[in-house]
Design a protein around this ligand. Structure first.
Ligand code: PEP
Ligand code: MG
Length: 461
């Protein structure tokens, strides 16, 4: 029941609203353009929403990197998440402005406000259109350093969209949504056909398929998870997979079978130490042996990666790097665990500070460890798509790729194309000397505005 907490809350909320006399429309029935104000959104809601009719979205639940926040950005519509009491304040028929850039919701705006936002909207559209001109071009600095810009996806439906934004592959396929949107555990064949489709669609580019990251805010009834007091620290990600090897093996088999059709990589989530990778790799080797004995073809040289998203993995990334071909930094969780701030709790959202000195130092040390052994490092948390972080990440020296919500790709590319590694390294060095989050935030905004004035105005044009 605990695992279904969100669903129950949604029902309770719906019943109360109905009793109070508010209308409760089904999401699938939205037939004219609206702004959607809702308590939360589940994976199945996302699938049925008629996107073309949803002009904006605001939810009560979640932080920017909660799964609701990630869905909202994947939809590619202006959205704001985590505003408490929102549904009680706004009624059907109200005029609402969703300012996704600054995280504001304006109800029944004044004439001046409406005028101001209409101008902003036109300018924003022009800016976005200009960005799309460069989608075929690579992200490359003026001193010839190339960074691959990849997409994070939650479902294969997103693959068409990511091409439109110039993604050069998929750096993170969050496979758990495939499970969350179905009642039963998908079979090996279901998984295989989904993965094969994704691999073929994105070919000749590569795809990183992440094994199940169930736990924390994503629960599966058929895995019997969830009676946990502290799910973020519980049976999550690779821990869940190692505790339920049958599901893990199913997934691995399906990925290996799909690996024949393109460039596929496997990535393990929520790794805390090298031991877990050794265990997971041993299961992987067993599956490979079994498939060979049954003459089922697959790519024997498939690359293996680990997400670095726990403090212990970050501190021991040198040990982890020995067991994998590449690492990808999951800053969403890394920030949560390093700062001890729940990424989904809107009450502590103000403490969830990506540019805390502890985060920057940790990133520095992970990059140094990867550089020492010449292995590839990528960033797939939200920081990867935040243009405020782009120069800093470039300055860490050896970034292979950044993986992000595809809508952010043209923005990040524009910054990279206007930068040089020489300047970025200097910038990063200076940033790492600062003593507080406030100092870092001010420095970041000031310096980025100076260097890229058109991209860091309040109203980008
Ligand atoms: C992360 O933690 O940064 C990440 C990319 O994974 P997720 O958001 O799915 O936890
Ligand atoms: Mg994560």
């Amino acid at each position: 029941m605990k695992g279904k907490k969100d669903d129950l809350e949604l029902i309770v909320h719906g019943v109360i609203r109905n009793l109070l006399g508010y209308s409760q429309n089904a999401l699938a029935d939205i037939q004219k353009p609206v702004i959607l104000i809702t308590h939360t959104l589940s994976p199945s809601d996302i699938i049925i929403i008629p996107r073309q009719n949803v002009l904006g979205l605001a939810t009560e639940v979640g932080g920017k990197t909660s799964h609701v926040g990630i869905f909202a950005s994947a939809l590619g519509i202006p959205s704001v998440v985590g505003i408490k009491g929102l549904t009680a304040k706004i009624n059907t028929g109200d005029q609402v402005i969703v300012d996704g850039t600054n995280g504001h919701i304006i109800t029944n705006p004044s004439k001046e406000s409406l005028k101001h936002y209409k101008v902003k909207q036109v300018e924003h559209k022009k800016y976005e259109e200009k960005l799309l001109v460069n989608i075929e071009k690579p992200a490359i600095t003026s001193d010839n350093f190339r960074v691959k810009l990849l997409a994070n996806i939650e479902s294969t439906h997103e693959i068409k969209v990511l091409k439109k934004y110039g993604a050069e592959g998929i750096g993170l396929y969050r496979t758990e949504f495939l499970y969350l949107s179905s009642q039963n555990s998908p079979s090996e064949n279901d998984l295989y056909s989904n993965f094969k489709h994704a691999v073929q669609e994105i070919a000749p580019h590569s795809i990183v398929i992440r094994t199940l990251d169930i736990g924390m805010d994503k629960h599966l009834a058929f895995l019997g998870s969830s009676d946990e007091e502290n799910p973020a620290l519980g049976l999550r990600g690779i821990r869940m997979s190692l505790a339920n090897p049958d599901h893990f093996i199913n997934q691995i088999r399906a990925i290996l079978r799909a690996s024949l059709y393109g460039n596929v990589k496997i990535m393990y989530p929520m790794i805390s130490d090298a031991q877990e990778i050794i265990q997971a790799n041993s299961l992987l080797e067993d599956v490979k042996e079994e498939m060979k004995s049954k003459k089922i073809p697959f790519n024997e040289n498939i690359q293996i990666g680990a997400m670095i998203e726990t403090p212990s993995a970050a501190l021991c990334s040198d040990q982890i790097l020995k067991e994998v071909d590449f690492i990808s930094i999951g800053t969403n969780d890394l920030i949560q665990y390093l700062l001890a701030v729940d990424r989904m709790n809107e009450q502590v959202a103000h403490l969830y500070q990506p540019y805390n000195p502890a985060i920057l130092r940790t990133l520095r040390s992970i990059f140094d460890n990867a550089q020492a052994v010449g292995k590839k490092v990528s960033v797939c948390g939200e920081i990867g798509g935040d243009t405020l972080a782009t120069l800093f990440l470039l300055g860490l020296g050896n970034i292979d790729s950044l993986s992000m919500d595809p809508h952010s790709i043209p923005h990040v590319k524009k910054i990279i194309n206007q930068s040089s590694i020489k300047d970025a390294k200097q910038f990063t060095k200076q940033l790492l000397k600062l003593n507080s989050t406030d100092e870092i935030n001010c420095f970041l905004i000031d310096e980025m505005r100076k260097r890229y004035p058109l991209d860091f105005q309040e109203n980008p044009i």
